[in-house]
Write a protein that binds this ligand. Sequence first.
Ligand code: 4NP
Length: 144
Amino acid sequence: MTTRVLFVCLGNICRSPTAEAVFRGLRPDLVTDSAGTAGYHVGEPPYGPMQDAARKRGIGMSDLRARQFGAADFSRFDLILGMDAENLRNIEALRPKGAETLVRLLTDYGSGADVVPDPYYTRDFEGALDIIEAAAQGLARALD
Ligand code: 4NP
């Protein structure tokens, strides 16, 4: 069975599209998507400064568009990965009764960081990329 992996952050314009773009490059054999728990940026491409930082590392994501996470995602995906504790709370608040879909932090798969701090606020796009790339590599190996 193909594993379906969903990356989730708050706005779906910085961290989760980056994680999606990095991970799809590592595991093109898996189904990969991303979403935000908030709807502020639905339909928008990833944030310009985030795209610029990623592009310098050879990571393209200009094709992606923000969408909002919803309860239906629990049945559409096998593994849902949040970027921080707030994401996990917002995801779990929508878990349908009986849904057993695994929800974890992306950083559970390695990077040395506890969470992926939000670069929309910290402006540390390089730091976010470092954490996302390391954790995505760990995830890619874990799903072998
Ligand atoms: P993200 O960053 O959750 O990594 O996409 C954010 C982007 C925008 C906002 C919040 C977080 N915002 O409030 O507009």
